[in-house]
Design a protein around this ligand. Sequence first.
Ligand SMILES: [Zn+2]
Ligand SMILES: [Zn+2]
Ligand SMILES: [Zn+2]
Length: 443
Amino acid sequence: MITRLNAPDYDRWAAQIRATGGCRQPIHLRGKVEHWDAVTGQLLHRYTTRHEPDGVLRLPCKTRSASRCPACAEIYRADTYHLIRAGLIGGKGVPETVTDHPTLFVTLTAPSFGAVHTRRDTGPCHARRNAPTCPHGTVMSCTAKHRPDDPRLGEPLCPDCYDYTGSVLFNALAPLLWKRLADSLRRHLAKLGGLALRELRDHLTVSFAKVAEYQRRGVVHFHAVIRLDGPDGPTTPPPAWATADALEQAVRHAARVVSALVPAVDDQPARLFKWGAQLDIRPITLDGELTEQAVAGYIAKYATKAAECVGTLDRRINPLDNLDAFNLRDHAKRLIAECLRLGAIEDLADLRLTQWAHMLGFKGHFSTRSRRYSTTLGALRAAREDHARDHEITTGRLPLVDEDTVLVISEWEYAGKGHSAGDQLLVAALTGARLPDMGGGAR
Ligand SMILES: [Zn+2]
Ligand SMILES: [Zn+2]
Ligand SMILES: [Zn+2]
């Protein structure tokens, strides 16, 4: 830290750090960019990292995961917020008339895979008079009123009874179940409108934005904004028959009927997976109980969370790793072990359970949107990069050039990532970034 502070290029280093927004694990690049005049063959400008601190340029890691890099995940969260909100009230190229389109906030849950410790607003966890004793000798009852930080929350009353196979298979199939739900929605709506499915797109677009959230028990559920638009997306109104009631009816139907099958393998029978019975559907209104800000905030928040709340790892697991070495809670360890066990079965290879064991089987994206939902993350990012580029031009790093006649030659190589411990402290001081957990659990 002292060496860095006393270095003659400290100011340039600090500028790089500010430009990364306090990224915890910036990518280090070594290389150069040259701008040549294609007509005269004259070198207009050369940038090389040779004169940068440590000979590298540091760029933000751009992860979406808050546990890996809070600063970059925060940018992703904010972008997601604006994008979801634009799809609800307009802005960023979406007309304000979108507020008149039928829009629902839908929560789809997983079925039960066994009783888990739960926090309830009213009464204790699992109070049962004459509760049965399971084959492993556990009385299937819990009279505790769990506090919100109780580590037992989400853990099974009896781990030996808990259906770990079902839990990880459901996670693996959740993206397929979602796709089937969306297909079923379209079929149902086409029928309501008296249309053939292939005619539907000439009348109606089903736009959505969804996010996956892990419940404490380790299964994903989905929150989704589902909106009905006309044939050209949010700029066109949906047909009169496509009401919020019609959409709700279609969602209820789809959530009940869609399923995904896992074939019988080895000693396991075939299993059919469906959504859980708990289905929450609420209209989104500007002034009602569920506002567009609340929904956008909710979706954006979960877009940056992985499965950490379940106590799993935030990186891939090698099947040869000794799980006992990771200091995991028993429930997370058993979920991961089940992924690795099923992942080794050839007939289940498509589910890629080994690669996604650290996600407890879920291999989907945390937040996804249909093409027509609103603006895109790419558009928001491009706008920000344009802004950064303008800034670079005004500060003299890049020449203002006519892109048609200038040849740009760049050469980059990866030169590492992250910060030394001393740098990390300076980054925190410069940008207000949170320091990583240095181990030992102290914060
Ligand atoms: Zn980062
Ligand atoms: Zn309990
Ligand atoms: Zn048991």
